[in-house]
Write a protein that binds this ligand. Structure first.
Ligand SMILES: [Zn+2]
Ligand SMILES: [Zn+2]
Length: 174
């Protein structure tokens, strides 16, 4: 999955953007503005496919409000690997929505949730529990909190940041 790297700049509170800039140009542009004018602008990611980063042009009013749903023609119905800059995709679950954090490709899964690791064991523990108890709402809720922490941690590791193992431990009560 790749984020769009361009940013739409608009005057605060206005719908139309005045410019679309690369991040580097945006920071330069901001630096060049008199300081008392910087507050007048805001910026947001320009729409780009969450699977391949292709820039997208939506007709007015047709842009999905959630970034997670931005897809090019080729990736309609696909979900990207949760790890930034990975190009692997898989079919979105038929029941589920388009998302950008609900799946990791096998390579990143092995790398960030290695076999026999505490996190892999915790993942399997959830499925074992579900086999016995079914996915009741409480288990489902705990699983998603665990999963979100797992993805955050994998993303942090990937960008060479700290590992969020403390949070996983807290959630798992270890
Ligand atoms: Zn795409
Ligand atoms: Zn991947």
């Amino acid at each position: 999955m790749m984020l769009g790297t361009r940013w739409e700049v608009r005057r605060r509170g206005e719908e139309r953007f005045i410019s679309v800039l690369q991040w580097e140009s945006l920071t330069t542009w901001l630096e060049d503005l008199p300081e008392d004018q910087r507050d007048e602008y805001e910026w947001d990611l320009a729409p780009a496919c969450r699977c391949c980063g292709e820039e997208l042009i939506y007709a007015e009013g047709e842009r999905p409000s959630s970034r997670q749903h931005w897809r090019c023609e080729r990736h309609k119905g696909r979900n990207p690997c949760a790890i930034d800059d990975c190009t692997k995709t898989h079919a979105a679950p038929t029941s589920g929505e388009l998302a950008d954090h609900d799946w990791m490709c096998p390579v990143h899964w092995r790398r960030y949730v290695p076999p026999h690791s505490a996190r892999r064991r915790a993942y399997h523990a959830f499925w074992r529990k579900a086999q016995k108890e079914g996915w009741h709402p409480d288990l489902r809720r705990r699983f998603w909190r665990f999963w979100e922490a797992l993805v955050r941690s994998a993303r942090a590791k990937h960008s060479a940041g700290g590992v969020d193992m403390a949070e996983i431990n807290r959630i798992m009560g270890w």
